[in-house]
Design a protein around this ligand. Structure first.
Ligand SMILES: Cc1cc2nc3c(=O)[nH]c(=O)nc-3n(C[C@H](O)[C@H](O)[C@H](O)COP(=O)(O)OP(=O)(O)OC[C@H]3O[C@@H](n4cnc5c(N)ncnc54)[C@H](O)[C@@H]3O)c2cc1C
Length: 509
């Protein structure tokens, strides 16, 4: 645990209902939901702006998303449009731009496949390569729709709240039974029921890997049902002005309903009294108390750093044995001349040259070009390209400043060379380049080892192993991507709705 040079002497303000450590989307949805119910809420964020992995930064006329840019949850119908709903709860909304293609895959065996927003068109694109599997393809993706249709029928709140479960079950018994059936399932098992072609099964692997960072066998079916169907239902929609707008608007809404946020407020300790979480201590020595404490930091940061080792609950130790930190990323934030992008280029790409390397360091390259949807994020005649590929922090430690800079430059050059295959002339058209490493992710996103999030160490029972919001420490809750149902903005929004719901019930709000 970090040492605090200031003794914790300054007690600040009156007692709050809830303190939220961190202003990632999970933290902000928890805060806005609680504040909208009348709770006294304070968000403490160590960085200078909100959003965490959904934040942004500006350089030389470019506005870059730090991480997420393929955004689900902005639909206008059903119940799974959780970003739309989270904003609405605090009287906010955001204009969004529909993305006509979720991903353009550039894969081994010359597979060049676009996931069209239109479901039938996507099935046709895929079937064109696998005519002999036409029926299997339809049956597999149709089964994903069954999961989605169950989810999209019920109000998504805390699965830890028995009265809610009873209400939802009595209103939608079939949808609930459907979800219960899929909860322990992984995608690989379902895919193999319908699909035999090994190459097509590899395609299903990368369909999962590109958001779960594990292959189909380790990807929960519930999450796949959401992603593989919502992309054709609510669709992928980019927030005008950049992804950072989501957090900015949530903060605006939070403050309008009486909640508060404090930046450059790094929590170094969760304070406990007789085993119960009662407050937090900041790096500047100030101390805040609340009836409930919520951590939006990862579980590793929460239980390994903010609490003494002797307080780590047994179930957290067990969880850390079942789940490990996924790698972080090497990120290239590029400003390029518009001529680099051929006419008709899509916003999101996946590039992989060898199936064996899908999950390796620098195996899969993820690409986002948000200026194709919102040109105002760059100066006229230019585009933003964000390319990222997995990297472990261990490879970036113990380097001198010069070694670190050289390693960054060499790694960036390797990525650019590979991207030349889909964007010929990229190197010559580069106007700006900033390279982030796992160290950058750790520092600016406040995530241990810069991890993208938890991944199962081995095949588990679908989503059954992911913890909900309550922890074994009374008064302490977790929210965000190391809670059910995992990574992604819409997923952490779900976690935020659930966390706020459970706390509201616990506080009698
Ligand atoms: C490169 C990249 C690309 C991605 N692409 C997509 C995508 O296209 N679509 C998608 O849906 N998802 C994507 N994701 C995943 C998505 O961004 C995350 O799952 C999600 O944003 C995590 O939200 P969170 O609420 O868990 O918190 P985080 O975003 O991790 O935020 C936590 C916040 O807590 C703060 N904090 C931490 N510790 C403390 C402390 N001690 N004191 C005070 N504050 C603290 C941090 O500064 C941070 O602001 C991507 C992620 C990355 C890294």
């Amino acid at each position: 645990m970090q040492q605090n040079p200031h003794p914790p002497t300054r007690r600040v303000g009156q007692k709050l209902d809830a303190i939220i450590i961190g202003s990632g989307i999970g933290g902000l949805v928890t805060a806005t939901q609680l504040a909208a119910k009348g709770a006294q809420v304070l968000v403490l964020e160590k960085y200078v702006i909100p959003g965490g992995s959904a934040g942004y930064f500006e350089r030389q006329g470019y506005r870059f998303d730090v991480g997420a840019s393929m955004i689900f949850g902005f639909g206008h119908k059903g119940t799974t449009n959780l970003l739309t709903r989270a904003l609405q709860a605090v009287n906010m909304s955001l204009p969004t731009i529909p993305d006509p293609v979720q991903i353009h895959y550039h894969l081994p065996n010359n597979l060049d496949i676009k996931v069209d927003r239109n479901y039938e068109q996507f099935l046709q694109n895929l079937t064109a390569y696998f005519t002999h599997e036409e029926q299997g393809i339809r049956r597999f993706y149709d089964e994903c729709w069954q999961v989605f249709n169950c989810l999209n029928r019920i109000e998504l709140l805390s699965l830890e709240e028995p009265r809610y479960l009873l209400r939802v079950f009595s209103q939608n018994p079939l949808a609930c039974l459907g979800l219960a059936k899929y909860l322990p399932c992984n995608v690989g098992d379902i895919a193999r029921r319908y699909i035999k072609d090994p190459l097509l099964l590899k395609f299903i692997d990368i369909e999962c890997y590109c958001w779960s960072v594990v292959p189909a066998d380790m990807t929960p079916m519930i999450n796949a049902g959401m992603v593989f169907s919502d992309r054709h239902y609510g669709g992928v929609n980019y927030p005008q002005g950049g992804v950072g707008q989501i957090a900015q608007k949530l903060v605006q809404g939070l403050e309008a309903v009486g909640g508060k946020i404090k930046y450059q407020a790094r929590v170094i300790k969760i304070l406990t009294r007789r085993g119960k979480a009662v407050g937090v201590e900041l790096a500047d020595g100030s101390v805040y108390y609340a009836r409930r404490i919520v951590s939006n930091a990862t579980r590793w940061d929460t239980f390994n750093k903010l609490l003494p080792e002797k307080m780590k609950p047994v179930n957290e130790k067990k969880w850390q044995q079942r789940y490990q930190k996924s790698p972080s990323f090497l990120s290239l934030h590029m400003g390029v001349e518009a001529k680099v992008l051929p006419e008709g280029t899509d916003c999101h790409h996946i590039l992989l040259e060898s199936w064996e390397q899908m999950a390796d360091v620098e195996g899969t390259i993820f690409v986002s070009i948000p200026t194709l949807l919102d040109p105002d994020l760059a100066t006229p005649g230019h585009h933003i390209i964000h390319a990222f590929t997995p990297h472990w922090i261990s490879e970036w430690q113990g380097l001198s400043a010069k070694e670190y800079a050289t390693k960054k430059e060499e790694a960036a050059q390797r990525v650019i060379e590979r991207l030349e295959k889909i964007f010929p002339g990229l190197n010559d058209g580069l106007d700006y380049l900033e390279v982030g490493t796992p160290r950058t992710h750790r520092r600016f996103l406040g995530r241990e080892d810069g991890t993208y999030g938890p991944i199962p160490r081995r095949k588990l029972w679908g989503l059954l192993g992911m913890p909900f919001n309550r922890t074994a420490i009374p008064g302490l809750y977790c929210v965000g991507d190391s809670t059910f149902p995992g990574q992604g903005l819409n997923a952490v929004a779900f976690s935020g709705f659930a966390c706020a719901h459970r706390i509201a019930v616990d506080l009698g709000l």
